[in-house]
Design a protein around this ligand. Structure first.
Ligand code: GSH
Length: 221
């Protein structure tokens, strides 16, 4: 498999990079110069028409959207998540799409509140995003506590652990007080993320990108 990940350190592409490392899939990193606007060029948009990071070039063609790429990797390798015939697949898909469509999107409202609300209303947008994030993390916390899903557990690495881990990294370090998320409110999720960040794959990526030794549970901005 020829794989090229279009990547910027500590961006959403870091989630995909961790999955590629965990799967030990050889890949090339193409660093996107975000500050220079490289993600908005015609050349990059031929790979990701939306102009966002990540994109993954594959033998099946270019891919974008973090969740789509993660799901494709699960299906190609049979690892890091339940496959199409696994009875766990239905719940896994539901929570993967929830993470992408709901949790990730409300997190973006906290990081870029001016986008939905305009510069004059950033505090309101950030507060709404914060409340949504807390409620959505609460659902994930309840899921882990009550159902102990194998595909989001401390015992088995999975794509959702990497995805939620990087989102938590940002949510606990980037927003200004009082909007910053406190991970101790979600102890079951914290345990799952602690196990994921201890993986050699995550440690390799964290060392290369300067994310610290506990990139999910002790992030600093
Ligand atoms: N829904 C997209 C979101 C990706 C995303 O927001 N990427 C950010 C970096 S973490 C980005 O490219 N931002 C550039 C911008 O918003 O202009 C996905 O899951 O891949």
């Amino acid at each position: 498999m020829n794989l090229t990940l279009h990547h910027a350190p500590d961006f959403a592409s870091t989630i995909v990079r961790m999955a590629l490392e965990e799967l030990e899939l050889p890949h090339t990193l193409a660093i996107v110069d975000f500050a220079a606007g490289a993600h908005q060029t015609d050349q990059y948009r031929r790979i990701n028409p939306v102009g966002l990071i990540p994109a993954l070039e594959t033998d099946d063609g270019p891919m974008f959207e973090t969740a789509a790429i993660l799901l494709w990797l699960v299906d190609k390798t049979g690892r890091l998540g339940p496959g199409p015939n696994d009875p766990d697949r239905a719940a896994f898909l539901s929570w993967l799409f929830f993470t992408s469509n709901a949790l990730h999107q409300s997190a973006l409202a906290m990081f870029y509140p001016q986008r939905p609300a305009g510069e004059a209303n950033t505090d309101v947008a950030r507060a709404v995003g914060h409340d949504q994030v807390v409620a959505r993390l609460g659902l994930i916390e309840s899921l882990i506590a009550s159902q102990h899903p194998r595909w989001l557990s401390a015992d088995h690495p999975g794509v959702l652990g990497f995805y939620i881990g990087v989102l938590i990294r940002w949510l606990t370090s980037l927003p200004p007080d009082p909007f910053r998320i406190n991970l101790t409110q979600f102890p079951n999720l914290r345990a799952v993320l602690a196990a994921h960040e201890a993986r050699a794959s995550v440690q390799r990526v964290a060392a290369d990108e300067g994310l610290g030794t506990h990139p999910f549970t002790e992030a600093t901005s």
